[in-house]
Design a binder for this molecule. Structure first.
Ligand code: AHG
Ligand code: MN
Ligand code: MN
Length: 331
């Protein structure tokens, strides 16, 4: 890419914002809070091993999971960056039991941001890709400032924007405001996210499936039938497997190369492991925008009506062809 066509994410967001009626700049300022925070997070991730950010923090989050130091650092980076955006009224994070009300639910504050500050934390200490996911929702008509649940318990179809950052061999931000999916690579020399993957679309079919097969004994039958079909060539190609254990990284590969990523119900997690609001929904939004499909195992993920902030859900997401094959199987 030559410097003459270098387009930063800030310029891109300003352009996308023109699609919103009455755009005032506040939405792009909100998104710039996310890009700023993820630059801070990536700087910490890149220095892991040199500074004291590896290992356990000593706390346990609302999911009963041990918090890693970087989980806490990443959470604070996002909370700090977004509380300084006047348009943000509610913040809900994987790391906080309750959603936070910011700016006292002021009428200027129109958006809720729901996020997983650091996804794939079991991979931090071993230098494997981790990520951040986010989903932005508009304050529903009439939702009281002191009732943050009403702001965030909306189906994924209501997302005004969603995305993720993957801290991999490079740092890549992928986002959508509902008009296609665009990817930006952080250029460390200039500290800016630069458009590297415009108008991303998933291939119609891929060659990888991605699932934690150690849980296969307790998957519902349909999942095992499907996986067997992927392995034995029933769907036209003999699939190979890839599983990182960071949803963001596993999804990023699926977005670029096609194929399917699954986190089915298991004996330990009867509702699946992944969280609807800040893991499954952003990924489902991006998948659909890129021509793919995302289901909760049965229904369209984006239409699932959330009942609680940290609710879990099974996730099957992938290219159109793989998803058609999955749907064609009987329960
Ligand atoms: P988090 O680190 O935010 O808690 O998320 C971990 C999630 C997700 O990234 C990944 O897809 C999944 O856990 C992996 O789970 P298993 O180790 O059960 O395969
Ligand atoms: Mn996660
Ligand atoms: Mn997390």
């Amino acid at each position: 890419m030559s410097d003459s066509n270098l387009l930063t994410v800030q310029q891109h967001i300003l352009r996308e914002q023109l699609r919103f009626s009455g755009a005032s700049g506040e939405f792009s300022f909100l998104l710039s809070g996310i890009t700023l925070a993820t630059k801070i997070i990536q700087a910490q991730v890149r220095r892991a091993g040199l500074v004291d950010v590896l290992g356990e923090h000593g706390g346990v989050n609302v999911q009963g999971e041990i918090q890693q130091k970087l989980d806490v650092i990443a959470n604070e980076a996002i909370v700090q960056a977004l509380t300084s955006r006047a348009s943000v009224g509610v913040l809900a994070s994987e790391e906080n039991e309750e959603p936070m009300i910011v700016h006292k639910g002021d009428s200027e504050a129109k958006y809720a941001v729901v996020f997983d500050p650091l996804d794939g934390s079991s991979n931090i200490d071993v230098n494997v890709s981790v990520g951040t996911t986010f989903s932005i929702l508009r304050r529903p008509e009439g939702a009281a400032g002191d009732n943050p649940e009403a702001w965030v318990l909306q189906p994924g179809t209501e997302q005004v924007a969603a995305g993720y950052v993957v801290y991999g061999s490079s740092t890549i931000l992928v986002y959508s405001v509902g008009h296609g999916v665009h990817g930006f690579t952080l250029d460390p020399a200039i500290g800016a996210y630069v458009l590297s993957h415009p108008n991303m679309t998933m291939p119609d079919r891929g060659k990888y499936y991605s699932v934690n097969e150690a849980n296969a004994d307790s998957f519902p039958d349909k999942y095992n039938k499907y996986l067997a079909g992927l392995r034995n060539g029933q769907y036209g190609t003999k699939y190979s497997s890839r599983y990182i254990g960071s949803m963001v990284a596993d999804f990023h590969r699926t977005l670029l190369k096609g194929g399917v990523f699954l986190y089915p119900p298991t004996a330990d997690n009867a509702e699946g492991k992944l969280r609807l609001l800040y893991e499954a929904n952003p990924v489902a939004f991006l998948a659909e925008q890129a021509g793919g499909v995302a289901l909760d195992g049965k229904n369209r993920m984006l239409e699932v009506k959330p009942t609680s902030i940290h609710q879990r859900v099974p996730l099957v997401v992938g290219s159109k062809a793989e998803m058609d094959d999955f749907v064609a199987l009987e329960d």
